[in-house]
Design a protein around this ligand. Structure first.
Ligand code: SF4
Length: 339
């Protein structure tokens, strides 16, 4: 597969009255054409800041993308683009959808006009062509009565339809990359599944790369090609989806997997929740950031950040338990064979 995007050593801080909050601390990853990469972690772990950095949507100040960070798209560093290049990038190459559709829909403008506008600006269509294309795009995202719906305002759409309309706007210019930040959190389970299926089928049709940001590993099981788990501004485990589900190696990933509801464990166990809170990123710990919440924590964990351990060519983890001298620990039994 060919590389669409390369994020290299991304570091993002926010300057506050209390000091510098190091929200993203040296994140690197690639996205290939046609693949779906899920970035998973609790809120505040840096996943949304990472995706907003790709779109250059970090307000500066108080935000600061640190010197040495690189985000390479088609051979160019997004972090060095001027405003004209950025407008083109956001309009034509990379689109983002958010948890709340009203953050990207204009409540005072008809849906059809909102889609048509970006087609006129970025694909050079005239008004008539753009409105016809808007109907086609609304049909593509399964909006019934698209010819009628283009003349309606966002408040006349249900929550699920607004989400679809937002996806329609994001897809209007056939982006090469779609960043979806918690796109289904506010929706009920049936609509969630429909939206995820829709993103997947559109991806198969137009071959875009997708970055899916979520706190819920359950959402990504059927759609993601690769998963990277973030904690306290760092990627602590990454691998192909099957490997992360069948052979997770980081205690935090175990905990996330245990908090996914499964049919066979329903009524038997309470859903697992991770005790404690993530570290304060005003003063990140020197050792493993998960140490204060980890039931396997050893002395070395508090002192030194674990180096990367390769489990397979495509699966790696930062945890001292993978060191050859570490005590052997089995993953929690309730996970065995569950995926
Ligand atoms: Fe737990 Fe230590 Fe592994 Fe961190 S490095 S996850 S504290 S065992």
């Amino acid at each position: 597969m060919s590389k669409l995007l390369e994020v290299k050593d991304l570091k993002v801080s926010f300057h506050t009255y209390a000091g510098e909050v190091q929200s993203v601390r040296g994140v690197s990853f690639n996205l290939d054409k046609g693949e779906t990469l899920a970035i998973v972690g609790e809120s505040g772990c840096g996943k949304t800041i990472t995706s907003k950095s790709i779109m250059r949507l970090i307000p500066t100040p108080p935000g600061e993308i640190k010197e040495g960070s690189q985000i390479i798209f088609e051979g160019k560093d997004i972090l060095k683009m001027d405003n004209k290049e950025l407008r083109k990038l956001r309009g034509e190459s990379i689109s983002m959808i958010f948890q709340d559709p009203m953050t990207s829909l204009n409540p005072t403008m008809k849906i059809g006009k909102q889609i048509a506008e970006s087609l006129i600006i970025h694909r050079g269509m005239d008004k008539k062509e753009a409105l016809e294309e808007s109907v086609k795009i609304l049909k593509l995202v399964n909006i019934p009565n698209a010819e009628k719906r283009i003349n309606q305002y966002p408040h006349e759409f249900s929550g699920g339809m607004r989400q679809r309309a937002m996806i329609a706007i994001a897809l209007a210019c056939n982006p090469k990359i779609l960043i979806a930040d918690e796109p289904t959190t506010a929706l009920d389970v049936t609509i969630q599944a429909q939206i995820m299926d829709l993103i997947k089928s559109l991806q198969d049709k137009i071959g875009m790369g997708v970055i899916l940001i979520t706190h819920d590993l359950g959402v990504v099981a059927s759609v993601a090609t690769k998963i990277q788990v973030m904690y306290a501004g760092k990627i602590i485990e990454r691998g192909f989806t099957e490997e992360i589900f069948s052979n997770p190696k980081h205690p935090y990933t175990w905990a996330l997997l245990q908090s996914v509801p499964r049919l066979e464990t329903e009524h038997k166990n309470e859903l697992y929740s991770i005790k404690g809170t993530p570290p304060d990123l005003l003063k990140p710990p020197a050792g493993c950031p998960f140490a204060s919440r980890c039931e396997y924590c050893m002395e070395i964990c508090k002192e030194q950040m674990p180096e990367v351990s390769k489990i397979t060519d495509n699966h790696s983890v930062h945890c001292w338990l993978q060191h050859p001298l570490a005590p052997k620990v089995n993953m929690p039994e309730s996970l065995g064979g569950a995926f």
